[in-house]
Design a protein around this ligand. Structure first.
Ligand SMILES: [Fe+2]
Length: 319
């Protein structure tokens, strides 16, 4: 029986007229035909089928250029500037083994204050209407943007922090958009996940082992007891690759980087009344600087970025 996934791949390869009709706009980059990481799902196909794909597999990969969101070039320039401000990886080296429960021990983060002030085009991209439409369509409720993070992973070979397999828990659904800022191959520590369809829904509901793994952070050898490695999906791709994922619906982690580096922007969204408000607020530690952006935001963007946190735009305070 033809699956949605095979139809989608056929559509992207331009092999099946029926599939092409079902996923219009899907495109295969001919010059890189043998490289699966060059598959690009274009905007019309994303808009029409991403929700169905996410519900079935938990994640979908595309490219920022294919999405065609407003402000993409400004976001990209701001992100490249922000990368220059990242702390040196030397600050992570030479410290020996790191605690597994330190979720950020394996990477350096850009200063959230700089994202809210000097490089706010990154945040604005995360609030463009087309993206908010997508998120709202998936969450079935107006979204909250809980923040943006820029991370650089160290190739230190240690499986700690969010390199351990886990499922996010900030809300019933957490929609994330990961944007790679450099080429990310198998050895750069790509985002890796277990597609939802690897589990039979009935077995998943009644499996003690499945629920045990669902609650804890696990190493590769542990999750392999639940799902063989051959079924894990590594989201590799060139700079600009974007992964749209519901991180509450799939086991996922950042694979252990072996060489080079992985630079990634992570945009995160929940409902405006999330299950764990405090955890959501921790995602962006300099929320105190966000009201200054209020004057440049639409009412919808203010709801999404500020109001659910109990913040008001500075313009509103002054009036
Ligand atoms: Fe996560």
């Amino acid at each position: 029986m033809t699956t949605i996934r095979s139809e989608m791949l056929n559509a992207m390869q331009g092999l099946t007229p029926k599939a092409e009709a079902r996923f219009p706009g899907a495109k295969w980059s001919l010059e890189n035909r043998k490289k699966s990481d060059r598959v690009v799902l274009e905007w019309p196909a994303i808009a029409q089928s991403f929700r169905r794909i996410l519900n079935r597999y938990g994640a979908v990969k595309t490219h920022v250029d294919a999405l065609g969101f407003e402000g993409t070039s400004n976001m990209w320039i701001a992100a490249q500037e922000l990368v220059k401000t990242l702390p040196s990886m030397d600050s992570l080296r030479g410290e020996g083994d790191r605690a597994e429960d330190d979720l950020t021990a394996h990477c350096v983060h850009a200063d959230a204050a700089l994202i809210a002030t000097d490089h706010a085009d990154i945040l604005r991209w995360g609030l463009n209407d087309r993206l908010l439409d997508l998120v709202e369509q998936y969450l079935e409720t107006p979204p909250a943007c809980i923040g943006v993070a820029l991370r650089k992973d160290s190739p230190d070979g240690q499986q700690v922090g969010t390199r351990l397999w886990h499922v996010d828990g900030e809300d019933t659904n957490v929609f994330k958009v990961l944007v790679y800022l450099n080429d990310v191959g198998e050895k750069n520590g790509p985002f890796e996940y277990v597609p939802k369809d690897c589990f039979n829904p009935r077995r998943r509901r009644w499996s003690f082992r499945y629920h045990w793994f669902w609650r804890y952070f696990c190493k590769d050898q542990d999750i392999a007891k639940l799902v063989p490695k051959s079924q894990w999906e590594a989201a590799t791709g060139p700079a600009g690759t974007a992964v749209l994922v519901d991180t509450t619906s799939v086991f996922h982690h950042g694979a252990i980087a072996q060489e080079g580096e992985r630079l990634v922007l992570i945009f995160a969204y929940t409902s405006q009344n999330p299950k764990d408000m405090e955890l959501c607020k921790k995602f962006f530690p300099r929320a105190d600087l966000l009201p200054a952006l209020g004057a440049t935001l639409s009412p919808r963007q203010r709801d999404c970025l500020l109001h659910w946190r109990g913040l008001r735009a500075e313009q509103s305070l002054a009036s």
